[in-house]
Design a protein around this ligand. Structure first.
Ligand code: 5AD
Length: 325
C-alpha cells in the first residue's frame, strides 16, 4: 500500500516503471480478457453547468437530442446482437426521463440477459432504489476531483457532499459502483490527484474511470493553457496507481485517452486497464455527444482488432468485479 507521499513522488517523477507493475497486477488479478461495455449516449441534454463539459446547459452551440425509450431499447438489442454482455446507459442530467420511464427501459433491456450500467448523474436514494429494483446492476458517477475548493469552482450549484452521499447510497443499495476523476484540470495539484487515488481505495470502488481533461472551446475552461501530452501521461499514471491499489476492480481504457493519443487505449490496456466501452449510439447522435472536442468513438470491430493485436482476448462474461479480499 502506497502512502500519500509515495504516490506524490511517483506522479511527480519521470520514472514510469509503475505502468509495468500495474500491467502485472492486472494480469494476476483480472486476467487477459477484456470486458466490452456497449455505451448508449441516450440524451445530451444537461441541466448542469460544469466548467469543463461541452454538454453544459449554457453551451447553446450544441445541437441537443434525446432518444425515445424504443430507440434506446433498439440500441441495446443491437448491442446484444453484437455480442455485448453489458449495456451502459449514459446521458447528461436530463429530467425529461421520469423514474417510471427509466425503469421500464431498464426492465426491457434486462430481458436481453445483459448487465446494465447507468451513468445518469446525481439522483435521490429512492430513484437509485427504483432503478436497482428494475434491474440495474452498476452505476458510474465520477467524483471528478476530491479537491473541495476546485470542485466548488468547477461545479456551480453543486455540492461535493451530495455527490459523496450519492456514491454511498449507490453502494448501500448494492450497485457495483464506479467513480473516477479528471486529470490535468487547471489548478489541479499532484497532491489532490494523490487524494483522488486514496479516495478510490477508501470507498472501495468497483470500477474507476480516469480521463485526461481536454478543453472544450464552448466552456469556461476552453482557453486553458494545457499540455495535452502531459495530461495523457499523467492520466495513465493515475490509472496505473489505481490498479496497483485496487487490484481486482474493473478499469476502462477511456475514450479521452484514445482521443489524445492514437495509441492511447493500447497503452492503457498495457498499464492496468481491462475494460473498453465501445459506443453503440447511432452515428448522428454520437457526434453530438460532445463532452470534449474530437471525441474518438470506439467501434466494436476496431476495438476487437486492437485487443487481439496485443494478444488479449474478449471476455464472454458480464464482467462483474471478482472481489479477492
Ligand atoms: N475532458 C475530459 N473529460 C471530460 N468529461 C467531461 N468533460 C470533459 C472534458 N472536457 C468527463 C467527466 C464525466 C465524463 C462522462 O466525461 O469526467 O464524468
Amino acid at each position: 500500500m502506497f502512502s500519500k507521499e509515495e504516490i506524490i513522488k511517483i506522479l511527480s517523477s519521470n520514472d514510469d516503471s509503475i505502468l509495468k507493475t500495474a500491467d502485472e497486477i492486472r494480469k494476476q488479478y483480472v486476467g487477459d480478457s477484456i470486458h466490452l461495455r456497449g455505451l448508449i449516449e441516450f440524451s445530451n441534454y444537461c441541466n448542469r453547468t460544469c466548467y469543463y463539459c461541452g454538454l453544459r446547459y449554457e453551451n447553446k452551440n450544441n445541437q441537443r437530442y434525446r432518444l425515445s425509450p424504443d430507440e434506446i431499447i433498439e440500441s441495446a438489442k443491437l448491442g446484444k446482437k453484437l455480442g455485448l454482455k453489458t449495456i451502459v446507459l449514459q446521458s447528461g442530467e436530463d429530467h425529461y426521463y421520469s423514474t417510471d420511464i427509466l425503469c421500464k427501459i431498464i426492465e426491457e433491456i434486462k430481458k436481453l440477459d445483459v448487465a446494465i450500467t447507468l451513468s445518469i448523474g446525481e439522483k435521490t436514494y429512492n430513484e437509485y432504489k427504483a432503478y436497482k429494483d428494475a434491474g440495474a446492476d452498476r452505476y458510474l458517477l465520477r467524483i471528478e476531483t476530491t479537491d473541495k475548493e476546485l470542485y466548488k469552482k468547477l461545479h456551480p450549484n453543486m455540492s461535493i457532499d451530495n455527490r459523496l452521499e450519492c456514491l454511498h447510497n449507490l453502494k448501500s443499495l448494492g450497485y457495483e459502483t464506479g467513480t473516477g476523476c479528471l486529470v490535468g484540470l487547471p489548478e489541479q495539484t499532484i497532491e489532490s490527484l494523490a487524494d483522488d487515488i486514496l479516495f478510490f481505495k477508501e470507498i472501495d470502488a468497483d470500477m474507476i474511470g480516469i480521463g485526461p481533461f481536454i478543453p472544450h472551446p464552448n466552456t469556461p475552461l476552453g482557453n486553458s493553457n494545457i499540455n495535452l501530452n502531459k495530461n495523457f501521461d499523467l492520466s495513465i499514471k493515475v490509472m496505473a496507481l489505481t490498479r496497483i491499489l485496487l487490484k481486482d476492480i474493473n478499469i476502462p481504457a477511456t475514450t479521452a485517452m484514445e482521443t489524445l493519443n492514437p495509441n492511447g487505449q493500447i497503452i492503457a490496456l498495457q498499464s492496468g486497464a481491462n475494460v473498453i466501452m465501445p459506443n453503440i449510439t447511432n452515428d448522428e447522435c454520437k457526434d453530438k455527444y460532445n463532452i470534449y472536442p474530437h471525441k474518438k468513438n470506439q467501434i466494436i470491430s476496431d476495438t476487437i482488432n486492437k485487443i487481439h493485436s496485443i494478444n488479449r482476448t474478449v471476455s464472454n462474461e458480464k464482467g462483474f468485479r471478482n472481489k479477492t479480499s
